[in-house]
Design a protein around this ligand. Structure first.
Ligand code: PEP
Length: 251
């Protein structure tokens, strides 16, 4: 059975002190509760070591938001998948639309990042999704298919099983515009059908597909009620413990 997951993506927010305080608040608010989903927080690189140490006894897992597409060496400012894994982080967000748009991350670069994350036992949270223009032109399915084919459908079944997929329509990220639960279900079901075609029924049914894009405590329950929506990747609403925990408790 696939896992339900609520994952936070803090993006470039919170100093280390603020991040530690937020981690403590989330851990305190969820501890001892019978949660119906796994919880992951995606923190900036400089928070990783401290946050994983803080959460050593907790069921909350830690994710990086990116990793380098190179193994090691003269790449000033980059952070490798091995470095991320050495902090105790278990996940790595790869292919977020902000990375694709602002940092020119191509299908090929993302393919390298996914491969390196997997080599280092990090589970990629692989993000896909169409822009507003692409949806208005009716191209959303073709885009999402190309993103999967371009960066992750090269993986072996054993490798693919390590992935979490996040469907994040770009027009919904940080905009306050959320996909309707019907739009999310339609796309998640399409994504699952593509995984089925490529890797078969068992892997398709076992793959967690998260929705991301202005998901909050007011709309999470409705989105998560859909059969192919297995949780959320949460940006803005993951920056306040109360909001994030309310989303977790939507399950
Ligand atoms: C995200 O950045 O992954 C995201 C979904 O952001 P927001 O929830 O703020 O739209």
């Amino acid at each position: 059975m696939r896992k339900n997951i609520v994952a936070g993506n803090w993006k470039m927010n919170k100093t280390l002190t603020e991040g530690i305080a937020l981690t403590k608040e989330i851990a305190y608010a969820t501890s001892g509760k019978n949660l119906k989903c796994d919880v992951i927080i995606g923190v900036p690189f400089v928070h990783l070591a401290s946050v994983t140490e803080l959460l050593r006894e907790s069921s909350i897992k830690v994710s990086a938001q990116n990793c380098a597409d190179k193994v090691s060496g003269a790449y000033t400012g980059e952070v490798s998948a091995a470095m991320v894994a050495s902090t105790g982080a278990k996940y790595c967000i790869i292919g977020h639309s902000e990375r694709r748009t602002y940092y020119g991350e191509t299908y090929e670069i993302l393919k390298q990042k996914v491969a390196l994350a997997l080599e280092n036992n990090l589970k990629p949270i692989f993000c896909i999704g169409e822009t507003k223009e692409e949806r208005e032109a009716g191209n959303q399915n073709a885009i999402v298919k190309a993103q999967l084919e371009g960066s992750v459908f090269n993986l072996s079944p054993e490798e693919f099983k390590q992935l979490v997929i996040a469907y994040e329509p770009v027009w919904a990220i940080g905009t306050g515009l959320t996909a309707t639960s019907e739009q999310a279900q339609e796309m998640h079901s399409f994504i699952r059908s593509l995984i089925n075609e490529k890797y078969g029924d068992t892997i398709a049914n076992d793959t967690t597909i998260l929705y991301g894009g202005s998901c909050n405590s007011a709309n999470a329950k409705e989105l998560f009620s859909k059969p192919d929506v297995d949780g959320g990747l949460i940006g803005g609403a993951s920056l306040k413990a109360n909001d994030f925990v309310a989303i977790i408790e939507s399950f």
